[in-house]
Design a protein around this ligand. Structure first.
Ligand SMILES: [Zn+2]
Length: 285
């Protein structure tokens, strides 16, 4: 009897496995299919197991893979200043075979708006503009050095950091301040002072600090290069090193730093490349 069952099982596996595993050839898909400069891309390896992949690269640069929706997946952040055009994504399997597909990056339309400096930061004077630019460079230098965990901290979808996400200022337009042009590398959401701000996903607090322009701000590392930035807060509830769960209230919104009115500025970075947070959220609809 045991031998008979074994035989049946062997037959079942022999005949069903090739159909399940080898019926479709491995391929690559992109979400969105044609990203703009400044947008995130989800690179999905189809019909292949993570364990069978030796490497996935973009223009020869290694991408870190994780399993999402049962598929080996990588995030890629298209820098807003990256040249539009074709970039080769190549997957090499451990069995020596490989396949590739070009990621086509489209040009983003440049939008420029005049933006003034609030009185508390010196107003629209040459001195005010200079100190804005030099202090921003210093703050960015600190935030560009945050290390990311090689372990992924999240499993499920990201969520918006506030209950009623109404965009007041989009990602990616140029703010002209006197002789300087600063790109808005995040999304602003309507939030009256004291609005609860929650973590977009599980992670670890990398930064909980106060700065001249970013005000009271928090950075959460979600692992494998994905970080979320919450700026201009009135209150910080967490400290560096804290493990955070998705939806946990990490602080309250405000208008500290370079903010003309109360709002939440949200940035999302993929390996230090700021991308459009609203586009990022479209992955998790
Ligand atoms: Zn902003």
């Amino acid at each position: 009897m045991k031998k008979f069952i074994f035989l049946i099982l062997t037959l079942l596996f022999t005949f069903s496995e090739p159909a399940l595993v080898h019926s479709a050839t491995p391929s690559i898909s992109f979400i969105p299919e044609f990203p703009l400069q400044g947008e995130p891309v989800m690179i999905v390896n189809e019909n292949v197991k993570l364990a069978d992949i030796a490497s996935t690269t973009i223009s020869g640069k290694l991408l870190k893979l994780f399993v999402y929706n049962d598929k080996p997946t990588a995030f890629y952040g298209v820098d807003i200043n990256k040249k539009s055009g074709d970039y080769e994504i190549k997957v090499i399997l451990k069995n020596g075979t490989s396949f590739s597909k070009n990621l086509v990056i489209k040009e983003r339309k440049k939008i420029e708006e005049v933006f003034s400096i609030p009185k508390k930061l010196g107003g629209d004077t040459v001195a005010g503009q200079k100190s804005l630019v030099t202090s921003l460079a210093k703050e960015n230098a600190v935030l560009n050095k945050i290390p990311t965990s090689q372990k992924i901290f999240w499993k499920e979808k990201f969520i918006f950091p506030l209950e009623n996400p109404i965009v007041t200022d989009d990602f990616g337009y140029s703010r002209k301040t006197g002789g300087y042009t600063l790109i808005h590398k995040g999304t602003d959401f309507r939030a009256k002072t004291g609005t609860k701000i929650s973590a977009m996903n599980d992670g670890v607090v990398s930064v909980a600090n106060v700065a001249r322009n970013y005000g009271k701000h928090i950075v959460i590392d979600h692992g494998l290069g994905v970080m979320t930035f919450y700026l201009h807060l009135s209150k910080i509830n967490v400290k560096v090193g804290d493990s955070i769960t998705k939806g946990q209230v990490i602080g309250l919104s405000g208008e500290t730093g370079y903010a003309a009115a109360p709002h939440l500025h949200l940035s999302v970075r993929i390996y230090n490349v700021s991308i459009d947070p609203v586009k990022f959220m479209e992955f998790f609809k």
